[in-house]
Design a binder for this molecule. Structure first.
Ligand code: ATP
Length: 347
């Protein structure tokens, strides 16, 4: 039976990069049956909705979702456009957001004196609670007394399961180290709970070393000495910010893949490039599709087709190392499709 994949290109460069990811998956021998999901801000302009009300119901029986990017402020307010993304993460309990950051051979690193694979980290971001809840409100709107409350919400269960996932991943890697990103000196409730929980969980993993790091120090160290990081575990907000930084140090937004995972497989997991819809280059056919292609490889690996996942990752690495075909974000003049074709030729 083929894997049932919901192909959800979304807005902007989403359709352009997802088309290449699909092409590579198919050429790579992945046994996938794709169903096109055409929900985006164009739909909003027509119907007042970016997705049907029952979108979770319609998606829940797929094995996985491949998302491009959501949002185009010319058509719909951004906070409405991204609702399906946040809704899928919470509704399908995709509590793990995995974002690998590897400096591959052939890629220009903006940091000085970094060799291939000097940067090889796996950032694990909590994806369902923390700072990104819809709890709170605005009071005295529009008056000089106006106030806004945005609740940070950390549960023991949510904190424990993400930390446990990080330790499990660290256990599979060579260096077996977890850096726990906090801000416990200022966020004295949420982050101190996080610290308490990691101390407990760590006792179950005597083979894995761990250390805490404040988020401001982590931002500095991602630039100053990224090679010290192996597995990094962080809250929703900290992970959101740090992974954009991680994307830039491994070559740019066009490289960074991600997975939103429900480890129980009760609901579909979702795979997406971490970049947004990039309205500045949308429709020009010059977006870098690597992040989407690598997200496709992550999807195959998660679904159990490790062999084809590895084939695609190897083809991407060979492309990066040897090919002169580069999209403009890498200083070239190639088009999105040329990159997909080059990778397919190497499979
Ligand atoms: P969002 O606000 O949803 O994150 P965005 O497109 O404004 O969306 P990013 O995705 O962070 O923000 O992208 C920032 C810029 O990086 C884009 O405007 C674009 O110039 C560049 N960029 C992002 N993704 C790619 C890509 N795949 N290929 C080439 N350039 C990209």
């Amino acid at each position: 039976m083929p894997y049932k994949i919901a192909l959800y290109p979304g807005d902007g460069i989403g359709p352009e990069v997802i088309a290449e990811a699909k092409k590579v998956l198919e050429a790579g021998g992945a046994d996938c049956a794709f169903t096109l999901i055409d929900w985006n801000t164009t739909l909003y302009a027509k119907t007042g909705k970016c997705a049907p009300d029952d979108y979770l119901e319609r998606l829940k029986d797929f094995d996985a979702i491949m998302l491009g990017a959501l949002g185009n402020s010319a058509n719909a307010p951004d906070h409405i456009a991204v609702q399906p993304l946040l809704g899928m993460r919470r509704g399908f309990d995709q509590y793990v957001n995995v974002r690998p950051a590897v400096l591959y051979e052939g890629v220009d690193c903006p940091l000085k004196n970094k060799k291939p694979f000097d940067i090889d980290m796996l950032v694990i971001r909590e994806n369902t609670e923390g700072e990104y809840t819809s709890l709170g409100g605005r009071h005295y709107a529009g008056t000089p007394h106006e106030a806004a409350i945005q609740v940070n919400y950390f549960t023991r269960m949510g904190t424990e399961r993400i930390i446990r996932y990080a330790f499990e991943e660290a256990r599979k890697r060579k260096r077996k180290h977890v850096t726990s990103i906090t801000k416990s000196n200022a966020l004295i409730y949420s982050m101190v709970l996080w610290d308490d929980v990691i101390k407990e969980v760590a006792q179950e993993y005597p083979d894995v070393k761990w250390s805490p790091m404040l988020v401001d120090a982590a931002a500095m160290n991602f630039v100053r000495q990224p090679e010290i990081f192996d597995v990094v575990v962080c809250s929703n907000l900290f992970g959101d910010i740090l992974t954009d930084l991680a994307a830039v140090i491994i070559g740019g937004m066009g490289f960074a893949a991600s997975a939103n995972i429900n480890p129980t497989k009760k609901y579909p997991s979702m795979f997406e490039p971490i970049h947004g819809s990039a309205p500045d280059i949308a429709g020009k056919g010059i977006a870098n599709p690597l992040a989407a292609i690598m997200s496709g490889a992550m999807m195959l690996e998660f679904l159990g087709d490790e062999k084809n996942a590895r084939r695609i990752t190897n083809a991407v690495q060979s492309y990066l190392k040897e090919s002169s075909i580069k999209t403009p974000d890498r200083g070239g003049t190639a088009r999105t499709q040329d990159v997909g074709n080059d990778i397919i030729a190497r499979l």
